[in-house]
Design a protein around this ligand. Structure first.
Ligand SMILES: Nc1ncnc2c1ncn2[C@@H]1O[C@H](COP(=O)(O)OP(=O)(O)OP(=O)(O)O)[C@@H](O)[C@H]1O
Length: 309
């Protein structure tokens, strides 16, 4: 019996089957439900942004995908096959690399040593370090990401925050990552360095990786993202493709959406549940509530009908 499957590809030649697929994934720490019913796809050549406030469940999500924690509900699939990673090493061997905020770089060690840290190349019967080859590969791989480091022997501490991010990303790609999880890569960076890091995210995406970009910042997410998921108290409250979402909508949702509107009313002294007497508005006693586009259209239609009558 043939087990061959017909894999579909998009216009860029990337497989449309998600590399990682979470279905209704949940995670409880005792009585604390850190994640509930989270579904998420990571595809080749796409940046999936996961946004959320403190305690939303972002770290828990990263830990499940990177093999640090096991989920307690739902399924995780890798290339369409149900998987559970027993350890971070297993996740890495499956091509899932996580770049944490601290980057796991040794600041006083040289750039090339950091690139190969724990995976040093050796040569000859005495297995001595193949320094020349490591430096050459390091320069080539950084070059592919558009980074030029004048002195590969210099310490990583001498590089900018954005360049350090790039070394961590280039290293993950070189060692076989197909999915790269970036844990708030721009959180500790200024505007210019955030721009550098965002460029590398796009490079990783264009190199055909599936990128998960964890961030608090909707502006950064919208610059590079193809897909957006907002977590709140462990649940997905927004899941949208870029074509179906404006930056304004993403920013509003991230800032609290409806809750923010209610807060704004409250701070202006208007009870959102209160039925407003049009007379009060007319006499300037209370401010007219903002109308949604649909409500505005309905009002315009009513006014037109009144005029015609
Ligand atoms: N090991 C743990 N034991 C018990 N509760 C935990 C544990 N880890 C996380 N939690 C709880 O799970 C919820 C989600 O936490 P998580 O760290 O995943 O959120 P986060 O979005 O990464 O937040 P932050 O941006 O602050 O890092 C929180 O209520 C947190 O207190």
């Amino acid at each position: 019996m043939s087990t061959a499957t017909t894999e579909r590809h998009d216009a860029a030649g990337h497989s449309t089957t998600p590399i990682v697929e979470l279905e209704n994934v949940g995670k409880s720490y005792g009585n604390v439900h850190a994640l509930r019913g989270v579904s998420l796809n990571v595809r080749q050549g796409e940046v999936t942004c996961v946004l959320g406030d403190n305690g939303a469940g972002k770290s828990t999500l990263i830990k499940i995908m990177s093999g640090l924690h096991d989920h307690t509900d739902g399924t995780m699939k890798l290339d369409g096959v149900v998987r559970r990673f027993g350890s971070p090493r297993e996740a890495q061997a499956s091509g899932i690399a996580t770049v944490y905020q601290d980057l796991a770089l040794a600041p006083l060690m040289s750039v090339w040593r950091n690139f190969f840290l724990g995976n040093e190349l050796r040569k000859g019967p005495l297995r001595t370090l193949d320094i020349a080859r490591m430096k050459r590969i390091c320069a080539d791989e950084l070059g592919k990401m558009g980074v030029f480091v004048p002195d590969l022997d210099g310490p990583v501490a001498g590089l900018s925050g954005g360049q350090r991010q790039c070394i961590a990303i280039a290293r993950a790609i070189y060692f076989g990552a197909r999915v790269i999880i970036l844990d708030e890569p721009t959180a500790a960076l200024g505007v210019k360095q955030s721009g550098v890091a965002l460029r590398y995210i796009v490079k990783a995406r264009d190199a055909g990786l599936g990128v998960i970009f964890i961030t608090h910042n909707p502006h950064h997410a919208y610059l590079v993202g193809n897909h957006f998921v907002i977590l709140k108290l462990g649940r997905v409250v927004l899941d949208a493709h870029r074509d179906d979402l404006t930056l304004e909508q993403l920013t509003t949702e991230m800032a609290g959406g409806q809750e923010l509107g209610e807060l704004s009313h409250e701070l202006r002294g208007v009870d959102p549940g209160k039925v407003i007497d049009p007379g009060e508005v007319e006499h300037g006693q209370v401010e007219a509530p903002a109308l949604s586009p649909e409500e505005r259209k309905a009002v315009e239609r009513e006014e037109e009908e009144e005029l015609r009558a």
